[in-house]
Ligand binder design. Structure first.
Ligand code: NAP
Length: 528
């Protein structure tokens, strides 16, 4: 793979370092991408990074590239990869095209398909530490339990749990800044269903797939049919004796324009300029799709008509409207893509049971008083998506508890900084998820923003705390805009809290986010 020599300072950074001092100072005020490497001998902030998904690996690589080596990456598991390590279910794949689904500064010319599969993404993520020279900074088996800001020392006390069982031990270490890259989808949600404990067969969640359970010949019940289930259900349908799908809501499922990349295309995509142009073209095409997520927009209406016509064709003797026609507006929940979903539903050994699960019994799931026999239960019920940074306890200035201040729903300034929590940077934080483009693109904007803030600590070590007014203003704007999107229409989704507040999604295009995070506005911050 190209680039195995480790991540060097960017060309721009090297050019900036050659500028005369006054110009260099100006350039240093620009975003992280422009920041020159820290000069030898300069003292650099100690940074704790939590998590090794795209965000954690990306920020570590960029810190090292910027000449800041004083960081430690804490990873509670024994391998990197975040959600792509945890979600190893059969058929796992991404619905964003491969060439957009990688860090721009760690390119992957080796993608084999238009849309990447989980094993391929995992291989890419596994390669990043060695390629970027950060492998020696990652500590595996180290779970961050709490973060406490010390008002006097102006540092973060990071408590880390290492080891299992009786050997488990906690230590507290001191850092100047923390980057929390734990993501929005890292804690599986298993609903509290009456009688679940009494079920006498294997039970597991899609994000903790039990590969020791051979599904061959088993009667499998699947609770929850969303983005994950529409991938693993077709993948296990052949081996299971029967599949019973307990589906509370139907989905909008569009075709997936997937195929292997031809040898010629792969050869061409090894050329950097072509790869960048291709990546840009995917991003621009996906960016336009945001218009369909505006409630009442022409594109949304056109999309809705198209889906309505297609779904009407899927309805027939086997599939009732209740089984395939969503009862909410297009886009309110994530629009899914798959080519094998409807063919799988048409199989004689696959049954869709609409409605909520009433209870579980030994060997059966009960819906509307009817008992459906199954011997294995798989939950595709998603994640605890609105509990950002949980289960860590995070205590900011003057002993303020983060989860208490987020009791009405998580919020941050541009999804990255939270007032009262100086030098804490959140990646894929509140209101940074998308329904139309690549999260990796968003992560890169956040990484760049955090990097600029962290770099500023080299010359001015006073911690940066976003002003409450700046955070409130950016959230007022966000909420105004979110109110015009389809996510605000009537549906239950993982983008919202129980009370209906949208805490997970960004309110506009990724270019809008790019513009807003292009560089930190220093007047938004206090030095505390
Ligand atoms: P999900 O899309 O949120 O689906 C969860 C499903 O569980 C929904 O059908 C939900 O029903 C159902 N459910 C929840 N609680 C239930 C209960 N008590 N009883 C019955 N059903 C219940 O979760 P997911 O499939 O794990 O996907 C989550 C997100 O992960 C996706 O939206 C996506 O962002 C990401 N993901 C991405 C990819 C990719 O291709 N990039 C693949 C997989 C996942 P209701 O709809 O009625 O609430």
């Amino acid at each position: 793979m190209s680039g195995d020599r480790g991540l060097r300072p960017s060309r721009t950074a090297r050019m900036v370092s050659l500028l005369p001092l006054p110009l260099r100072r100006r350039a240093e005020a620009l975003p992280g991408a422009m920041a020159p490497p820290v000069r030898p001998g300069q003292s650099t902030p100690r940074v704790a990074i939590i998590g090794t998904g795209f965000g954690g690996l990306g920020v570590a690589a960029r810190l090292r590239q910027a000449g800041i080596d004083t960081f430690t990456v804490f990873e509670k598991a024994d391998a990197v990869g975040g959600t792509w390590r945890d979600n190893s279910y059969p058929g796992a794949a991404c619905d964003v095209p491969s060439h957009l689904y990688s860090l721009s500064f760690v390119p992957n010319p080796a993608w084999t398909r238009k849309f990447p599969t989980q094993p391929e993404i995992r291989r890419y993520l596994d390669s990043i530490p060695a390629r970027t020279g950060i492998a020696d900074r990652i500590e595996f088996g180290a779970e961050v339990r709490s973060l406490r800001y010390d008002d006097d020392a102006k540092t973060w006390q990071v408590t880390v749990l290492r080891g299992d069982g009786p050997d488990a031990a906690e230590t507290t270490e001191t850092f100047d800044a923390v980057v929390a890259a734990t993501g929005q989808l890292n804690r599986p949600h298993i609903p509290d269903i009456e009688g679940l404990d009494s079920f006498d067969g294997p039970v597991f969640h899609s994000a903790r797939w039990d590969h020791d359970v051979d599904l061959t010949g088993r009667h499998v019940g699947v609770v929850g049919i969303g983005a994950s289930a529409i991938q693993f259900v077709p993948a296990i349908a052949e081996s299971a004796a029967s599949l019973t799908l307990f589906q509370r809501s139907a989905n909008y499922v569009a075709p997936k324009a997937d195929a292997p990349l031809s040898p010629r295309a792969r050869r061409l995509l090894r050329v950097e300029a072509l790869r960048k142009a291709y990546r840009f073209s995917i991003w621009a095409r996906f960016e336009a799709r945001f218009m369909a997520l505006r409630d009442g927009s022409t594109l949304n209406r056109m999309g809705q008509n198209l889906f309505d016509k297609g779904l009407a064709k899927a309805v027939g003797p086997k599939l009732t409207p209740e089984m395939v026609v969503p009862d909410y507006a297009l886009g309110c929940k994530r629009i899914l893509i798959a080519n094998d979903w409807y063919p799988t539903l048409m199989r004689p050994d696959v049954t869709v049971v609409p409605g909520g699960v009433q209870k579980v019994e030994p060997g059966a799931v009960v819906v509307d008083g009817v008992s459906h026999p199954v011997d294995t239960l798989i939950f595709g019920t998603g994640f605890e998506s609105t509990g950002f940074l949980m289960p860590m306890t995070v205590t900011g200035r003057h002993g303020v508890d983060l989860q208490e201040s987020w009791a009405e729903g998580a919020e941050a300034h541009l999804g990255i900084t939270v007032s009262g929590f100086p030098n804490l940077f959140v990646l894929y934080g509140p209101n940074t998820n998308l329904g139309h483009n690549s999260i990796v693109f968003m992560l890169e904007r956040q990484i760049s923003y955090a990097l600029t803030c962290i770099r500023s600590l080299v010359s001015d070590p006073r911690p940066l705390d976003v002003r409450p007014g700046a955070q409130a203003a950016s959230n007022r704007r966000l909420e105004r805009r979110l109110a015009t999107t389809v996510w605000a229409t009537a549906c239950h989704s993982w983008y919202k809290t129980e009370s209906g507040r949208i805490t997970n999604n960004w309110s506009g295009t990724t270019s809008d986010y790019w513009r807003r995070t292009w560089r930190p506005r220093w007047t938004d911050f206090d030095r505390v």
